[in-house]
Design a protein around this ligand. Structure first.
Ligand code: 3YE
Length: 207
């Protein structure tokens, strides 16, 4: 295509941040399975290294999105999964799957939503000339990148930033935001309300 190939030196790092979070004694979450739609990816190796069972559900082997999603769903049910984190997962999920996991399905996106939805969010931010970028962890709704926001972290856009340098800075924020959102939801501190908005459990007043 003539464009510079994307560096892929650090992959599966959002998954790694979730694994590290879940290993903390204070964690409310336990990772019971890692499912990938792509065989041979680094995330599967990271999971195996952490002693977590892995499954591959290759989307290329399915005739429809519905069949792919229902196979993912079957794996999640097999493992008794209660909460799903999309980390480096790039497939659009069907309405059926999203409704089934409503309030239990988290995604991370490399922009301060609702700005810069879709692919190449970092490139969109640079092209728009914003001076603040960041990441968003949100509940997954059928409309991509439109679900209720759980956690956001802002990072500066610096003079001379490239897509790679900005992406690296956002990635570091992602490694804090995703574990933090996982803990908030797994602990019941935050949930998705019936109206599709975020609800925070009232904190015990210790004053
Ligand atoms: N599905 C729904 N709602 C959401 N999946 C993700 C978030 C999210 C979701 O909020 N319903 C762009 C994917 C965007 C795309 O066109 N993907 C292709 C495949 C590309 C590939 O395999 O590399 C496709 O046909 O699905 C997770 C993040 C989705 C990112």
């Amino acid at each position: 295509s003539g464009s510079t190939p994307h560096r892929r030196t650090k992959v599966g790092t959002n998954l790694q941040a979730l694994i590290d979070q879940a290993r903390r004694p204070s964690s409310s979450a336990e990772i019971v399975v890692v499912v990938s739609n792509r065989p041979g990816v680094q995330g599967l190796k990271r999971a195996a290294l952490a002693g977590i069972p892995t499954r591959v559900v290759d989307h290329k082997l399915f005739g429809s999105r519905a069949e792919f999603d229902s196979t993912i769903n079957a794996v999640l049910e097999e493992f008794g999964v209660e909460l799903v984190c999309l980390a480096g997962f790039m497939r659009i999920l069907t309405g059926t799957f999203v409704r089934k996991w409503n309030g239990k399905l988290l995604n991370i996106h490399p922009s301060l939503l609702p700005s810069f939805k879709g692919v190449n969010a970092q490139k969109q931010a640079l092209q728009a000339g914003v001076r603040v970028a960041g990441c968003t962890v949100h509940f997954v709704a059928e409309e991509v990148d439109a679900g209720a926001i759980i956690v956001q972290e802002a990072v500066p856009v610096l003079v001379g930033d490239t897509e790679d340098s900005l992406s690296d800075r956002i990635k570091e924020a992602e490694h804090r935001a995703f574990p933090s959102a996982l803990e908030l939801v797994a602990s019941g501190t935050v949930c998705l309300g019936k109206d599709g908005h975020i609800e925070w459990k009232p904190l015990k007043n210790t004053c």
